[in-house]
Design a protein around this ligand. Sequence first.
Ligand code: HEM
Length: 222
Amino acid sequence: MGAMLRNPKLWLFVLCLLPLVRLFVLGFSGGLGANPIEFITHSTGTWTLIGLLVTLSITPLRRLTGRTDLIRYRRMLGLFAFFYATLHFITYVWLDQFFDLAGIAKDIVKRPFITVGFAAFTLLVPLAATSTHAMMRRLGRRWQQLHRLIYLIALLGVIHYLWLVKKDLTQPLIFGTVLVLLLAMRLPWGLRVLHAVRGRLARPNERKTESSAERLARSRGT
Ligand code: HEM
């Protein structure tokens, strides 16, 4: 039990469930506002996008900190993004459209922001389906190529958001800026910036080790 509680993956799992728990709590306490469907759509859509961006931040963070173990959390984060995207989609299909398939098809064709959102969700499905270690081994290099679709999916997510917002573009633009930065950190110059920042972060530690080594040398009188 103690070992389980010390497992960071368990805590991350609980953390990722909190947006859903919040929706339930608000739902049962009448806190979803005048338009609960809109509230749930907005919440699940926002958490899908946050999930995608957090998943995309793992590789730059790993490069910045040298903590290779961070990769262990990437799959769970990606699957949570898919989980919230599925809830978002179900909210639309069930609560918003009442399974009116003809209406949904018309919406997908006629409303550009729905077209883009639907494309992003459709592309997420094969990534979730191939997220297991067995699939990773089976697909080999093709797995990596397939999972690069995450860049396009996140971009479509931001475009979907930008397109649906009528007045204040601040929030989608913030998401867009974060995405551009995360993508830039994968380009050669972005990698150079990460490398330089990592060097700066590492230097104080190097100094610390040097001084303790010096101290040791002094105590030995060498
Ligand atoms: C990866 C896929 C998707 C992402 C990242 C995403 C993200 C978002 C975000 C961030 C919002 C706005 C939240 C807010 O206003 O605070 C939103 C709203 C919305 N999304 Fe999505 N979405 C995705 C897929 C879809 C799909 C597949 C559909 C339906 C086919 C859909 C339908 C909607 C609708 C109807 C709204 C509300 C529009 C309004 O308020 O006028 N989304 N989505």
